[in-house]
Design a protein around this ligand. Structure first.
Ligand SMILES: [Fe+2]
Length: 148
């Protein structure tokens, strides 16, 4: 499996905005906590990597208006097998990335946890990038953890 430094380097290869990196690091930590909370303590590293990589396609949404969850999932499918994930791990990650943006009843187990971790990790009201954030401009900001 890919290690944390490799995953962070991969994220930073595609995403240059400090906010995105900071958000990814926060989701990583929430996912590590979540794994433990859900009884998967021995999978904390894997859950953390999913959190770290979940917005790997984000830059494409801002530069080309393409949905970052769908694009990120396709990108991850292309690059992750080459980056030391086995096929099962790669499938689980790509599915979770694809699903993380919206919650619905048919989501994968990890996709739902990732969605919730993402919401818990966004404190838009306190963010110093608020004035320039496209999510705020598109009224997509999360204002509380009630969505958790
Ligand atoms: Fe996202």
């Amino acid at each position: 499996m890919m290690n944390r430094e490799q995953a962070l380097a991969l994220l930073q290869k595609y995403n240059k905005e400090p906010f995105h990196i900071r958000h990814a690091l926060t989701v990583e930590q929430v996912m590590r906590w979540y794994a433990k909370d859900q009884g998967f303590e021995d999978e904390q590293d894997f859950w953390g990597l999913v959190g770290l990589l979940h917005d790997i396609g984000k830059w494409k949404e801002y530069t080309a208006g393409i949905d970052h969850a769908a694009f990120g999932s396709r990108l991850a499918r292309e690059i992750l097998p080459r980056a030391f994930f086995n096929q099962v791990e790669s499938d689980i990650i790509c599915q979770a990335i694809y699903e993380h943006r919206n919650i619905n009843r048919d989501m994968s187990f990890l996709g739902e946890r990732l969605h919730r971790a993402d919401n818990l990790s966004r404190f838009c009201q306190e963010c110093d990038c608020r004035d320039t954030c496209p999510k705020v401009a598109h009224k997509e900001s999360s204002v509380s953890s009630f969505e958790y």
